[in-house]
Design a protein around this ligand. Structure first.
Ligand SMILES: O=C(O)CCC(=O)C(=O)O
Ligand SMILES: [Fe+2]
Length: 152
């Protein structure tokens, strides 16, 4: 069984958005993050070539699903985690509610055999999730290089 954690985030209006950031660029350590957001907007994800930020426009009733680093390991890179950040708005407050779905701390994570195509090279070893968690948060703020911990 995994664990779930919910955050409730309030971003007040900010008079100077060009020199302020709501949430720094980072990856999530989770398997997946379900993100409920109001209609203010402000979430950006990194484009796949790593050179542009794409605005995730809020859509009434929609839940944004973000892949985290743990699912990237479990899927042997088939599902890649995405870097994201939050910009603030000069006039409008924003509320977002991310629900993080994580492996339990005492579980061992690694590529699922069912996820591997025939002959696919395994790129991650099995690691205790609590050790990976510690490593990830020692590498604050971004989690960017955290996959090194599990790389073969
Ligand atoms: O507020 C948001 O839209 C995203 C928050 C986030 O990325 C996080 O809490 O990890
Ligand atoms: Fe995040």
């Amino acid at each position: 069984m995994g664990t779930m954690a919910i955050n409730i985030k309030y971003y007040p209006p900010c008079p100077n958005p060009s020199i302020t950031i709501g949430a720094r660029r980072h990856y999530d350590v989770s398997c997946i993050t379900l993100l409920f957001q109001d209609n203010t907007g402000g979430l950006y994800v990194q484009g796949t070539k790593g050179d542009n930020w794409i605005r995730v426009n809020p859509f009434k009733g929609a839940i944004a699903v973000n892949i985290g680093k743990s699912l990237q390991i479990m899927s042997n890179d088939r599902y890649k985690s995405i870097e994201h950040c939050v910009a603030v708005d000069s006039r409008r407050a924003r509320i977002s509610v991310p629900l993080f779905v994580n492996p339990s701390l005492n579980s061992v994570i690694g590529p699922f055999p069912q996820m591997l195509k025939g002959g696919e090279k395994i790129v991650y070893k099995h690691v205790l999730f609590s050790n990976y968690w510690d490593y990830f948060f020692r590498k604050r703020p971004s989690g960017k290089a955290s996959l090194d911990f599990a790389k073969i």
